[in-house]
Design a protein around this ligand. Structure first.
Ligand code: FMN
Length: 174
C-alpha cells in the first residue's frame, strides 16, 4: 500500500502510553505537519502550543479532567508525556475547520513517525479558565483565542484495532 494511504488507514487513537519521553525533534516535526495543514483562504490562522514540560502537562491534564467532570486521579491524557493544543483567533469564522485539520495532520504525522496519538477534547473549556490563559501567556501567546482541540502523543503501550467501517456512508455519482 502507498505509505500515506497506509498511515491514513492504520493510524489509531492510543489510550495507553509508555513513560518514555518524545525526542524534541519529533515534537517539532509533528508541529510542522500541523503548520502545513490547509487553512481557510490560506490565512494560516491556527496557533499550536506544544507542551513537554511535565508540570505544565500535568496542569493541563487536571484542567481537562475538571472540564470533563472526572474524579481526581483520572488522567485524560492517558499518561502521554506530550500535549499539543490548537487554538484559533476568536474572531476567525473558520477556526473549527482550520484547527481540526491541523490536529488531523499532526495525528497522522505522529503515527508516521512511530508514535501514538489521540485527539483530546475540551480545549475550548480549558483555555477559557484563568489557569488555561496563564499557560498560554507562559507560552508567549497573548490575545483572544478559542481552543479547538488537543492531541496527546507518546510511545504507544497498546495496539488498538480499527472498528469496522459503517456501511452506506460513501456515495458515488458516475
Ligand atoms: C472531535 C473529537 C474529539 C475527541 N475527543 C476525545 C477525547 O476527549 N478523549 C479520547 O480519548 N478520544 C477522543 N477522540 C478520539 C475518538 O474517540 C476516536 O478518534 C474514535 O474513537 C475512533 O478511533 P480511532 O481514532 O482509533 O479511529 C476524539 C475525536 C474527535 C474527532
Amino acid at each position: 500500500m502507498n505509505e500515506v494511504m497506509d498511515a491514513l488507514v492504520n493510524r489509531r487513537s492510543v489510550r495507553k502510553y509508555k513513560a518514555e519521553a518524545v525526542p524534541e525533534e519529533l515534537v517539532k516535526e509533528i508541529v510542522e505537519a500541523g503548520l502545513y495543514a490547509p487553512s481557510g483562504m490560506g490565512y494560516q490562522k491556527p496557533v499550536i502550543v506544544a507542551v513537554t514540560d511535565k508540570e505544565t502537562r500535568d496542569e493541563l491534564s487536571d484542567l481537562n479532567r475538571k472540564a470533563g467532570g472526572w474524579k481526581e486521579g483520572f488522567d485524560p491524557f492517558y499518561g502521554a508525556p506530550v500535549v499539543i493544543s490548537v487554538l484559533t483567533p476568536k474572531d476567525w469564522d473558520k477556526g473549527v475547520e482550520d484547527g481540526s485539520l491541523a490536529i488531523g495532520q499532526m495525528l497522522l504525522a505522529a503515527h508516521a513517525l512511530g508514535l501514538g496519538g489521540c485527539w483530546i477534547h475540551r480545549a475550548k473549556e480549558v483555555f477559557e479558565t484563568e489557569e488555561g490563559k496563564e499557560i498560554l501567556k507562559k507560552a508567549g501567546l497573548e490575545g483572544e483565542y478559542l481552543g479547538i482541540g488537543n492531541l496527546v502523543i507518546g510511545y504507544a503501550d497498546q495496539q488498538p484495532k480499527a472498528a469496522p467501517r459503517k456501511a452506506g456512508r460513501a456515495f458515488f455519482i458516475k
